[in-house]
Design a binder for this molecule. Structure first.
Ligand SMILES: NC(=O)c1ccc[n+]([C@@H]2O[C@H](COP(=O)([O-])OP(=O)(O)OC[C@H]3O[C@@H](n4cnc5c(N)ncnc54)[C@H](OP(=O)(O)O)[C@@H]3O)[C@@H](O)[C@H]2O)c1
Length: 419
């Protein structure tokens, strides 16, 4: 029996909520709260009669801490699942501390306004000290560690697929396959086709900011930064086939470098088709990916937000997307003095996801781990006060839950390595 407050009702949250409703003996009560309450009401209506979970809805602006505190105090949840946007992470964490409730999210904090001088001063210092320039990093949320410990509360960060499951795969490899891990390559392949010349599979603003940023990776335990999309490899993915993939900066590299310090090299690759890259380069060249406001006909507009309004809503891509995703990690290292390699991954089919929950696989592969992470916290299988990323918990019950609820693992003990 547990009460959960979910903030956000977009592509990922809609999957997570539907999956929670499949586990209605644990998720007995859910409040779906978001900025646009009509989306919450529509989902509640869709699910009623199909689950024992009792659902309510609420309107909340999660940029306003006091509004979130008031909602938590009135609903009294055991857990707040933040599946809104990374911009709201800190206000929701502050609200959870003030109201005394556990917290989780699926993406690490980044500011909505990257021109804010007070944020920029800290950001520029971090770029110099650490050696990567992505707008997002864990320092902001790790700074809450002591506060959560002292309050006896847990904050689980980044519990989607990547970040999220990929870190559980690392913890699993470390626990079961290796004495020491030397290298980690995280490979995210989306072999899906939605038939549009250009669309993003999750929130366009967050997605385009991520992929247009410089790439970076860990080599000999140090950050190396490279121009965006400048390292390309081809890989033959099980269930998908050959795809071009590009090295990106990704948030789990930062936490894995801290929590698996023996890994000398940690890289992240994502597949992109040529049409996506051509559109992105063109949009970037004309300034459409900018987050800085411009004046247009007497009105201030943010180019990337305007672009978001023009692009297809990722939540509507499900019906037309065919093909599969394949996301996982390849490791090299040693076991009992012998060199070995190991690949653990999941294959997910876009149309199967659509049949089950009405979404494409990118929302599904994020929403299912969010539900499984919540399950770990509610059933106290993951139970320690503080602020943690997924690899800091026992991977076994989480991976067993993923196997059970739609994202089964596959393993290969002789994988082709990425050069
Ligand atoms: N770890 C992973 O593997 C992974 C993968 C993909 C995505 N993600 C993360 O998952 C999260 C959700 O992505 P998504 O694709 O579902 O995004 P989305 O479709 O844009 O949904 C975001 C939701 O948050 C709501 N929201 C935005 N600002 C809000 C505010 N100030 N107060 C209350 N609600 C607010 C939106 O409300 P409106 O309906 O009013 O816009 C919408 O319901 C993002 O943080 C994304 O980075 C993680």
């Amino acid at each position: 029996m547990s009460r959960v407050l979910v903030i956000g009702c977009g592509g990922v949250a809609q999957v997570a909520i539907q999956k929670c409703c499949q586990v209605d003996d644990v998720f007995t009560d859910i409040c779906i709260a978001s900025r646009t309450v009509s989306k919450c009401d529509a989902l509640k209506e869709k699910l009623e009669g199909k689950t024992k979970t009792k659902m309510t809805t609420a309107k909340v602006n999660a940029d306003n801490k006091d509004e979130v505190v008031a909602l938590i105090k009135s609903y009294q949840p055991d857990l707040v699942m933040n599946i809104a946007l990374p911009y709201q992470d800190l206000t929701i964490m502050d609200a959870c501390l003030e109201a005394g409730v556990n917290y989780m999210d699926t993406a690490n904090y980044e500011p909505e306004d990257t021109d804010d001088p007070s944020w920029r001063a800290i950001y520029e210092k971090r770029c110099t000290e650490k050696g990567f320039s992505a707008y997002f990093d864990y320092s902001w949320q790790w700074a809450y560690k002591k506060k959560f410990e002292e309050a006896g509360l847990t904050a689980l960060l980044g519990c989607g697929f990547d970040p999220g499951v990929t870190q559980a795969y690392c913890a699993y490899a470390k626990k079961h396959e290796f004495d020491t891990i030397d290298t980690i390559d995280i490979l995210d392949c989306n072999g899906g086709d939605h038939g549009y010349a250009f669309a993003t599979n999750f929130n366009p603003e967050v997605n385009l900011r991520e992929v247009s940023a410089p790439g970076s990776y860990i080599e000999n335990n140090k950050w190396v930064e490279i121009p965006a999309m400048s390292i390309k490899r081809e890989y033959n993915f099980d269930g998908v086939g050959k795809k071009d993939m590009y090295l990106l900066h990704h948030e789990e590299i930062e936490s894995l470098n801290v929590n698996i310090p023996e890994a000398k090299r940690i890289r992240f690759f994502m597949t992109f088709g040529q049409s996506y890259l051509d559109h992105m380069r063109c949009l970037e060249d004309v300034g459409m990916l900018s987050t800085s406001p411009v004046m247009f006909e007497g009105k201030e507009i943010v180019p990337i937000k305007f672009l978001k309004a023009l692009l297809p809503d990722p939540a509507t891509l499900g019906e037309r997307t065919v093909g599969k995703t394949n996301i996982g990690c390849i490791f090299t290292g040693k076991k009992d003095g012998q060199e070995k390699s190991y690949y653990i991954y999941n294959i997910c089919d876009h149309q199967e996801c659509y049949k089950e929950v009405g979404s494409q696989a990118v929302s599904y592969t994020t929403g299912v781990p969010a539900m499984c992470g919540a399950l770990m916290l509610l059933e106290k299988k993951w139970n320690k006060a503080g602020v943690y990323t997924v690899e800091e918990f026992d991977p076994d019950p989480f991976i067993a839950a993923l196997d059970q609820y739609g994202l089964p693992k596959k393993e290969n003990h002789h994988p082709v390595l990425v050069d």
